[in-house]
Structures are given as C-alpha cells and as structure tokens.
Design a protein around this ligand. Sequence first.
Ligand code: SF4
Ligand code: SF4
Length: 368
Amino acid sequence: MPSTVYFIDLRASYRENFVSKLGRLLEAAELQRVVKKRDLTAVKLHFGELGNTAFVRPVFLRKIVDCIKAAGGVPFLTDANTLYVGTRSDSPHHIATALRNGFAYPVVDAPIIIADGLRGKSETAVTINQKRFKKVYIGKEIVEANSLVSVAHFKGHELSGFGGAIKNTGMGCASRKGKLAQHSVVAPKVKAKKCVGCGDCIVRCSQKAIALVETKARISAKKCIGCGECILICPNQAIAIQWNETVPVFLEKMVEYTLGVLKGKENRAMFVNFITDVSPACDCPPFNDAPIVRNIGVVASTDPIAIDQASVDLVNQERALPDSCLKKNRLPGKDKFKAIYPDIDWPIQLDYGEKLGLGSRKYKLERI
Ligand code: SF4
Ligand code: SF4
C-alpha cells in the first residue's frame, strides 16, 4: 500500500505566510499522533557547518517546535557530533556553531542537547540482528527520547547520492563509533597518474592518514576513517572510492542504522524534508555550491522511505538551474543526482529500507 507524503509549495500571501503553511503541513501529516503529551521529543537536524548556509532556517525550526509543544511534547534540538574534525566535532564547538548559525534559544524556543555527549562517546547499543550489523550505536539522548522528528535539508550527497530522511536519521543519529562503523568500507584510493603532489589533501585529512611518497599522495588504510573529505578537496579528482564494492555496503549500513534509531519509536517518528537550496553536496563542508534546481517546497510523512523517494522525484522533475554545477541530465525527468555522482546507485538505500520494513517506495503525494 502506498504511503502518504504531504507537500506544501512555497506560495504565500497576506492570508497565509509560509510559516503558517508549515504548521498546516504538520497538522495534515498528523504530528499530534506521533507526539504524545509530555513526550521528550528529539528534533534531529543538521545545524550547518560554519560557513555553510544551505541548512534549514531557524525560523522554520521555531514553527516545528511550536507545533510539537501544541501537541503536548517537550522538544529539544539535537544532532550527533561529526566523525571528522570541524566546527561540530565535540559538543562545545557544535553548540557554538549552532548558535552562530542562528539556533539560539530565543529564536527556536527549545534547548540544544547534543545527542552523543561531550566527545561523541555517549551512546546506546541497539540490537537489530541484520545482515551488516547485529548492534548499532546511537546517540544516547535520541534513544532516550520518547519521539523523534527528523528535519532534513534535502540535497545531493557525495557518498549516498542524496541526503534526506534516511541520511539524517541513520548517519546523523549515530555516535562516533556508529559513524565509523558505517564509513569503514569507504577507504578512498589515490590515482597516482592524476596526483600532482600539491599536498592539499594532507593538510585537510583530520586523521593524518595521507602522506607524500615520491611526490604522490598515499592513504594509510589503517588510519583512514572514511570521512570522504579528501575526495572533495583534491583539485585534480585524483582521490576516489572503490564505488562498486563500497557504495552498496555503505548504503545498506546506513539503512540498518536508520532501523536501529527507529527501534522502539514505531509510530513515534515523523520526517520533514525541506527541498530548498538543493545544493549538490551535504552541509558538512564550510561552504555550499549553488542550488541545482529551484526551491520546491517541504514534504512530511511518517514513512522515511516514501518521503525520500518523493523528494528525489520532485527534484528530478525539475529543469536544472542555469548557473549550477550540473552539466548533464539538466532536463525535467532526468536524474540530477546520478549526473553529479554517476558511480552512486542511490536507489539501493530505498530498496533496502523497503526490504527491512522501514517503509514503501510507493507513495501518494498529497498537496496541502
Ligand atoms: S590533493 Fe590531489 S593532487 Fe594534491 S596531493 Fe592530494 S591527491 Fe595529489
Ligand atoms: S584519507 Fe580521506 S577519507 Fe580517509 S580520513 Fe583522511 S580525509 Fe577522510
């Protein structure tokens, strides 16, 4: 049976502004059935790396917080610390970054509680007994919460093709150990012919896993945590992943983590994807490239598979923006994410999620 995905476009008027419309979207998606009275509700979002501006605006989080409170819940904003060294790799830096990006208490009317503690080690092991993992490691505060509202910025992603509800939940809620377990297959290799020995990747690798050997970069598989930073950094595209072997495994691992996060929260989770500022890569780098398509709207659903399928479809129905990085698949109906990441078979995550019973790729789009 198809799942329902609720959708609002960005039209607004004196009669109803976009923030009010967002409230109506959550009402239609029946947030009040997900959040019960006195629930401690985790609102999982990405606060944006310092310098990135494509993350979901704080004023929209304020509305979501208001709606959770109206349903009787007690919301807190949360994310887990990052695997790589950046402006969100421990709680003090993470909270400082969130505040600098506008998520101050007076704005959002909810506290920020980092899900996996001071240094990313506060976690709960959740037993799932699946193909890739028997146990997954989730930020403790998210496991402790009664209900979950995932608020994702829908965009491209260098390891999963796109990032939406599954990425925000499966990877985003994992503790450092959990993130490492998912990335462990992603050890990139240097194409010696393309490497000019500039050293940019060496400077940016947080794990000191790259060294110059006879003027060519070489990655130590022992030290590498598979964060993927060097792939983005290299100006000559000399660093790449063994896509055929690694991407399917990585995607399945991420989906199993999503299953772990949602365990015990059956019927207690809602997913909201903002299909706005659809940048080609994730919000983790300290910048974001121009959007690939126009701003489309916001979707909400209790089905993480259906909402991501609907979000991909809505993006792919669009014509590419003239000044974006997209060189191929620019016409409506063409796969924009495949054009940016030709080696990533993004449907794997949706198929596997369906197989694990997380939701359905079939959906009905209900326009509000
Ligand atoms: S950034 Fe690229 S070209 Fe420069 S040393 Fe690293 S792999 Fe070689
Ligand atoms: S070698 Fe690349 S993928 Fe590995 S830890 Fe360093 S930056 Fe991350």
